[in-house]
Design a protein around this ligand. Structure first.
Ligand code: ATP
Ligand code: MG
Length: 441
């Protein structure tokens, strides 16, 4: 295993045998390099602080109650957690233990972890693996299996159910039967986990190469119903075979899997309004509108940043525009201008939506949006009044005042967007003069 030199130096001055653990070791066994080095040892935080005092490494408390320190120096930064056993409040799946007891027994430490593949230790000084639970076997065979009785593990901390789904998505591992059925039985423990943590895991799940397997596991275990009940309802929405190979929920999964990294969430939610549309109207005509409102509620609930909330809402609302790919050129240009801030993402979403049908491989609609955007960009078409080659001062010089100024700039902008006017100073000033004189463009 490749060990950073800072870690080697740290192990030489450390007060006890120092181990790497968690993702770094698991990934090394998989042949994947990592930059996130979690450390563990029998040394307590006080012992570590005392013995590293005045040396090349700095120590800062990260989570004092849990025995976690950040150790940095010699070009490295590591998180160290003292071997411990945890106890959790009864009847709650809250992520944080209410008390921890330090131990010198590596086997006890390994049992408090989530999955066996995450409980492999690497003795830094002796350069050898210590593997009390056969985590190497699980990693090599791509198995996700809890370190103890699966129900006990998930009962303590609901976040582990999200981590399970994440590891399926990112690592391509498969949980054993006991792990899956315990996740299903204890899925309500997710209620005790903060929205921020659920959101962070969902983001990682969406990015995984094996997202489709993870998504099925979310359905099977009831995780989807817990965290995205509005989306889960779409599992019963059947769709016309001419346009869709999948039901509305599977279509959302396939769209997200096909989507570019930065629009996966929007792709997952783009048709979330279908179930509601059928319930309310008996058809899907208004699903983009209903879905936009629901997408806002979901992203708000999961505490996404405001920019993500707004962007997701817009993408969902606009994803059906020009569904028959026959909008006139001017209309397309206006659409592109109105949505200029998200147009690149919208085009990517429309493409993912198409691939996600399982029926279409080309996407004339997205091609038309792209061609329109390219044409307007090449022409230097302004999308906002600020991008016009004239400004308010120019309008004042023409004798315009107050509201007239803004209105005239808007009229010039519309004319540029429609392709009736070029964004060139001379042309714009001449047009503005005509408008100021009470004439039309
Ligand atoms: P990655 O760093 O790739 O996201 P990781 O497995 O290293 O994955 P971390 O969150 O860095 O995950 O945690 C390090 C280790 O701590 C894990 O491998 C696992 O052994 C343990 N761990 C983390 N979170 C939990 C948890 N909620 N319950 C039990 N053990 C956990
Ligand atoms: Mg880690």
């Amino acid at each position: 295993m490749k060990i950073p030199s800072a870690l080697e130096k740290l192990s030489q001055v450390f007060p006890s045998k120092l181990y790497l653990v968690g993702g770094a070791v698991r990934d090394a066994v998989r042949g994947v390099e990592t930059e996130d080095f979690d450390l563990a040892s029998a040394a307590t935080p006080d012992e570590i602080k005392e013995s590293l005092k005045g040396g090349a490494f700095k120590v800062a408390d990260s989570s004092p109650k849990l025995g976690t320190l950040i150790i940095s120096g010699c070009g490295g930064r590591f998180e160290h957690t003292t071997f411990r056993t945890d106890s959790y409040p009864d009847g709650s799946g809250v992520h944080k233990p209410d008390s921890v007891v330090f131990t010198t027994d590596i086997e006890l430490d390994c049992r408090r972890r989530d999955f066996r593949c995450n409980a492999i230790y690497y003795d830094v000084a002796d350069r050898k693996i210590v593997d009390p639970l056969n985590g190497v076997y699980d990693t090599e065979h791509k198995i996700l299996r809890t370190t103890r009785d699966a129900e006990e593990v998930f009962c303590e901390d609901g976040l582990r159910i999200m981590r399970l789904i994440r590891f399926v998505s990112v690592l391509g591992f498969t949980p054993d039967y006991a792990t899956t059925s315990a996740a299903k039985k204890l899925v309500e423990r997710l209620k005790d986990v903060s929205s921020e943590r659920i959101r962070d895991e969902l983001n990682k799940i969406l990015q995984g190469e094996n997202f489709l397997n993870a998504a099925e596991l979310m359905c099977q275990t009831g995780v989807l119903k817990q965290i995205l009940p509005e989306l889960d309802e779409n599992a019963v929405v059947v769709q016309p075979a001419a346009f869709h190979a999948y039901d509305a929920l599977r279509h959302a999964f396939h769209s997200a899997a096909a989507a570019r990294e930065d629009i996966k969430l929007a792709a997952l939610l783009h048709d979330v309004g279908k179930a509601e549309a059928i319930k309310r109207d008996g058809n899907m005509h208004n699903h983009a509108e209903y879905g936009a409102v629901t997408a806002r509620e979901i992203t708000k609930r999961l505490k996404y940043p405001n920019a993500v909330i707004a962007q997701t809402e817009t993408l969902v609302r606009e994803h059906m525009y020009d569904i028959n790919a026959n909008a006139k050129r001017t209309k397309l240009r206006r659409f592109v201008a109105k949505n200029h801030a998200v147009i690149d993402k919208l085009i990517a979403l429309v493409r993912a939506d198409s691939v996600g049908t399982g029926v279409f491989s080309d996407c004339p609609r997205a091609d038309r949006f792209q061609a329109t955007l390219d044409e307007m960009t090449e022409e230097g078409t302004p999308f906002t009044p600020k991008q016009l080659k004239v400004n308010g001062d120019d309008m004042k010089k023409l004798g315009l005042k107050g509201e007239e100024i803004g209105k005239t700039l808007e009229t010039l902008l519309d004319a540029c967007v429609d392709g009736r006017l070029k964004n060139e100073r001379g042309a714009l000033l001449a047009a503005a003069e005509r408008l100021a004189g009470g004439r039309t463009l």
